[in-house]
Design a protein around this ligand. Structure first.
Ligand SMILES: Nc1ncnc2c1ncn2[C@@H]1O[C@H](COP(=O)(O)OP(=O)(O)OP(=O)(O)O)[C@@H](O)[C@H]1O
Ligand SMILES: [Mg+2]
Length: 319
């Protein structure tokens, strides 16, 4: 198992796509450049941001994550840059803000596309000069922060719509890091499933040994729109529910809706597959000819007696 970090940000994966991203992340960690992590929801954007911080020379300093989508604009400005006492009603004290607080560390700005235009300008200025003014203050402050940001949106579209500043985008996206979907990571799906099985066994004091073949097939056929986070949730629930030693399809019953849509490809000997096909095809032809065997045999270009034998052998009954 590839445990790329011994500390908090352990990245599980052996697929070439993920190993490449881990390598890039390690290289990037040694620079001071701003990183923009692009990836669908649940692909590990925050995990990789933490991984970069931990592998950088800032690792002994703070790593602070802020979700730009979760905070209203004025509060976000306050969160980032802080305020001076009396700057607004309720500002009873000076507040240092995350940028001042995490001096010499890393700030992770999640869902950067949600950042309002006004805050974008202030952030841009900070990225250019490492300087900012807390709300209500004329005093310029300095802080040495590395910004890692993340988005699951196409920012170019927002730039075109004038919702995101192009100059800020280029400042944030000095080094882009693209995270692959879980589906694209192939065998990592099983690796991660087993990893989370261990974790949730421990958490729930259970000793489940593994997954049925059918469950593994489902894992490989499913699309995982919620990526690693979704897999993690599926395993956690299965572990909680399962009473036997193996997780079977029933244990992921909460997801029966998706299971209906999953086309599981099962493999069988060619002979059986051919017989399945023969049976379906013969039934179809018989059906269209009112189960008249003479007519059907003629259309299939076989002897009537041979058709009769096939009907018996393949266990074909009139429906
Ligand atoms: N390669 C991996 N190895 C181990 N755990 C992973 C891996 N990728 C993601 N995870 C785990 O999956 C969960 C989701 O990851 P994370 O929160 O970093 O994703 P995200 O891209 O920020 O998601 P969102 O878009 O929902 O905010 C976390 O619990 C994280 O630890
Ligand atoms: Mg996230």
């Amino acid at each position: 198992m590839n445990e790329s970090n011994q500390n908090n940000y352990k990245i599980i994966g052996e697929s070439s796509v993920i190993l490449e991203v881990v390598n890039n992340a390690k290289t990037i960690a040694n620079s001071q450049a701003s990183v923009l992590i692009h990836g669908d929801s649940g692909t590990g954007k925050e995990l990789f941001a933490g991984f970069i911080h931990e592998n950088s020379e800032r690792s002994n300093n703070k790593f602070v994550a802020i979700n730009c989508a979760g905070i209203p604009t004025n509060l976000l400005e306050n969160e980032l840059f802080g305020h001076k006492k009396g700057a607004f009603t309720g500002a009873d004290d000076d507040y240092i803000g995350k940028i001042g607080y995490a001096d010499n560390g890393t700030i992770f700005l999640d869902e950067i596309a949600e950042l309002e235009y006004k805050v974008q300008a202030k952030l841009l200025r900070f990225l250019q000069y490492k300087e900012y003014e807390p709300i209500g203050s004329t005093e310029t402050k300095k802080s040495d922060i590395r910004i890692i940001s993340a988005t699951n949106k196409n920012i170019f579209k927002l730039i075109k719509e004038k919702k995101f500043r192009e100059d800020l985008y280029y400042r944030l996206n000095v080094v882009p890091l693209y995270l692959p979907t879980l589906k694209a990571r192939g065998k990592d799906i099983e690796l991660l499933a087993n990893y989370y099985l261990k974790i949730y066994n421990k958490k729930n004091n259970k000793n489940i040994k593994g997954f049925s073949k059918e469950v593994i097939d489902i894992f490989y056929s499913y699309n995982w729109p919620g990526n690693v986070r979704e897999l993690q949730n599926v395993i956690e629930r299965a572990v909680v529910i399962a009473e036997k030693e193996i997780i079977v399809k029933d244990h992921i019953y909460i997801y029966n809706n998706f299971l209906k849509d999953v086309k599981i490809k099962t493999f069988k000997p060619l002979k059986d597959a051919l017989n399945d096909f023969k049976k379906d095809y013969i039934i179809e032809t018989l059906d269209e000819n009112n189960w008249n065997q003479t007519k059907t045999a003629k259309l299939l270009d076989i002897q009537r007696s041979y058709l009769a034998r096939l009907i018996k052998e393949l266990n074909i009954n009139k429906i």
